[in-house]
Design a protein around this ligand. Structure first.
Ligand code: DGT
Ligand code: CA
Ligand code: CA
Length: 583
């Protein structure tokens, strides 16, 4: 096991947390915190120093005592002092310290005054109104705590898919490189491209008796092996993500992939169809159950062979939810799902004029490098003060800058837009004559998230009535781990978008992925176009478009349902048509 500096720092931070909970001398606490920061920033690994026989007390601010602890942590991954401190507190108390906004002082009070030991108990106490009774807490802080702890609990049970992607890809590569492994693929909700995943399921094709467990142990992100046998293993990565692995023989790989991709509901329907044909489907293959050939295996090496054996075409993983895909497959009506390569442009992006991090030029260049032919610049409007939003004067100056830039740009066209605040009463945050000069207007709610359903819905409908309104940004307003969706009547909003000729956005940011999958389908059925937008705040963010496309596919969207799959000429026509008088 190689222990990295970041892990040593995490041990020191936890010691500091627990010392603070104990009420220890602040200087002692600070010594651990400073050591943690030094280690995090240090360019060389202490594990490397250890092999070179160098002394850790050569690090700034590290004395003999801490140097000894670094040596101990390198050996065991932890140290005796942390073990002792942990023994003095209930398990879970360090989880409480992970809740945003809760420091050791408050956790100390919650524990000693109310006996709260876990985030779940904290949520109960907040909801029961017991926290406001504590000195120094009050009603507003009780509400903030309830929100923060709910977000924390959600985060610790499900993960935005983009947050686990690099670990999953690295683990797959590590497994594929193992001798004897002919294939390794991810299954489960990750393969169905859900917006969040509970755990990650990986399938490996290898001969029986393969030394899977050893291979896993040697992946540097594996923190713990929960269980392993000859055909399965479960591990927890350093970030807490659980990965379930199964080894199957190559001839069963397709059947196993169908089985472990799920969803469970989809699989149940498949098994029913098989039964009616006197067949049996399991993770090893498709078998005859009756007649002379009973027990014969007729399919299983590929997924397509499994579907074909029960008379169905291949069904893309994103559709496997038992949401009508099996009937559609039977009747030859499966959609031809949109792909990333179908996107011709992006209709929502920021620059350093508001809360983005890069210039107009840099964003244009990055969009072109991402294969896009057009990019709408939609910085925030002035009402969003924390984002340094643009007032009319700055917006018009930006429009002029875009015109100048467009004159010299090759291979990409910038569109002039705004992400305008939809005010609580449904008015827009910029005057009509200014909005009229833009190519498109993206409207967004960033305030008064908790209006009751009727008011929130009316607010959005009124904004859409505006003659210049083009696209409703992140229609539900959820931010994973921070804020749930607003209470709105999405059916009504979809109908209104249809009537007013507006589009809805599918925001591709990993914590948003908003419009939701079933809502995409509702919009498609109503004939409302969807803009799959990056909401990029830097050039690197255009990679998020893939996640938006994935969710669009879960919503059954085809290329023709996606506004930014239009070539620029046809997009101009659409934009002009939405602004006809009275619309
Ligand atoms: P998650 O992890 O909560 O995001 O969702 P999934 O779909 O990845 O669920 P998971 O990890 O519990 O199981 C992975 C797949 O394995 C699931 O989609 C279908 C299959 N599976 C799991 N349990 C059962 C079961 O009891 N029956 C059947 N037919 N399939 C199952
Ligand atoms: Ca899973
Ligand atoms: Ca699983």
């Amino acid at each position: 096991m190689t222990v990295r500096n970041a892990q040593i720092a995490a041990v020191f931070d936890e010691i500091a947390d627990l010392l603070e909970l104990q009420g220890a001398n602040p200087f002692r606490v600070r010594a651990y915190r400073n050591a943690a920061r030094t280690l995090e920033a240090w360019p060389e690994e202490m594990a490397e120093w250890a092999t070179q026989g160098r002394d850790f007390d050569a690090l700034p601010g590290i004395g003999k005592d801490l140097a000894g602890k670094i040596g101990e942590i390198l050996q065991r991954g932890t140290c005796a002092q942390l073990d002792r401190l942990r023994a003095q507190f209930p398990r879970g108390i360090t989880d409480l310290l992970q809740v945003p906004g809760l420091g050791p002082r408050r956790v100390h009070a919650l524990y000693h005054e109310l006996g709260i030991r876990t985030p779940a108990q904290l949520l109960d106490a907040a909801r029961a109104g017991r926290i406001r009774t504590l000195p120094g807490f009050g009603q507003a802080s009780e509400r903030r705590i309830a929100e923060a702890v709910a977000g924390h609990l959600e985060r610790s049970t499900r993960w935005p898919i983009a947050h686990v992607a690099s670990d999953v890809e690295a683990l797959l590569a590590h497994l594929r490189a193992a001798p004897g492994v002919s294939e390794a693929m991810v299954a489960g909700s990750y393969r169905r491209r859900r917006d969040t995943v509970g755990d990650v399921d990986i399938l490996v094709a290898a001969p029986p008796g393969h030394a899977l467990a050893d291979r896993l142990q040697s992946f540097d992100q594996v923190a713990r092996v929960l269980a392993h046998g000859s055909t399965r293993a479960s591990v927890v990565l350093r970030n807490g993500l659980q990965v379930d692995l199964r080894v199957v023989r190559p001839e069963s790989f397709g059947a196993a992939l169908v089985y472990f991709t799920g969803s469970k509901a989809h699989n149940i329907v498949l098994r029913g169809i098989a039964r009616a044909r006197r067949l049996k489907i399991n993770e090893y293959g498709v078998y005859r159950t009756g007649g002379r050939g009973a027990g014969t295996r007729i399919a299983g090496e590929t997924e397509a062979s499994v579907y074909a054996a029960i008379g169905l075409p291949y069904i893309p993983p994103e559709l496997r939810e038992d949401h009508g895909e099996i009937e559609a497959a039977r009747e030859g009506r499966l959609p031809v799902l949109v792909e990333r390569a179908d996107l011709r442009g992006d209709l929502h992006a920021h620059t350093d004029a508001s809360d983005g991090h890069e210039s107009l030029e840099r964003m244009a260049q990055a969009a072109r490098e991402a294969g896009l032919e057009y990019l709408a610049i939609t910085d925030h409007s002035a009402g969003l003060k924390i984002a340094h939003g643009l007032d009319a004067r700055r917006l018009l100056a930006q429009c002029e800058a875009i015109d100048r830039l467009n004159a010299g740009l090759r291979g990409i066209t910038l569109l002039k837009g705004i992400e305008v605040e939809i005010l609580p009463d449904g008015r827009l945050d910029l005057p009509d004559d200014v909005l009229a000069r833009l190519d498109l207007v993206v409207g967004a709610v960033h305030s008064a998230f908790d209006l009751p359903r009727a008011k929130q819905t009316a607010r959005i409908l009124r904004a859409m009535d505006h003659p210049h309104f083009s696209i409703l940004a992140h229609p539900n307003g959820r931010l994973f781990g921070t804020r749930g969706p607003c209470d709105v009547d999405m059916e009504r909003i979809v109908r209104h978008a249809r009537e007013r000729g507006c589009a809805l956005e599918l925001n591709s940011q990993p914590e948003r992925l908003d419009l939701f999958d079933l809502q995409c389908r509702m919009a498609r059925d109503a004939g409302v176009p969807i803009a799959i937008s990056s909401d990029a705040h830097r050039g690197a963010d255009f990679r998020w478009l893939q996640y938006g496309v994935d969710q669009a596919r879960r919503g059954w969207l085809e290329k023709g349902d996606v506004l930014n799959a239009l070539p620029l000429g046809r997009l101009w026509k659409w934009l002009a048509a939405t602004r006809t008088p009275g619309c």
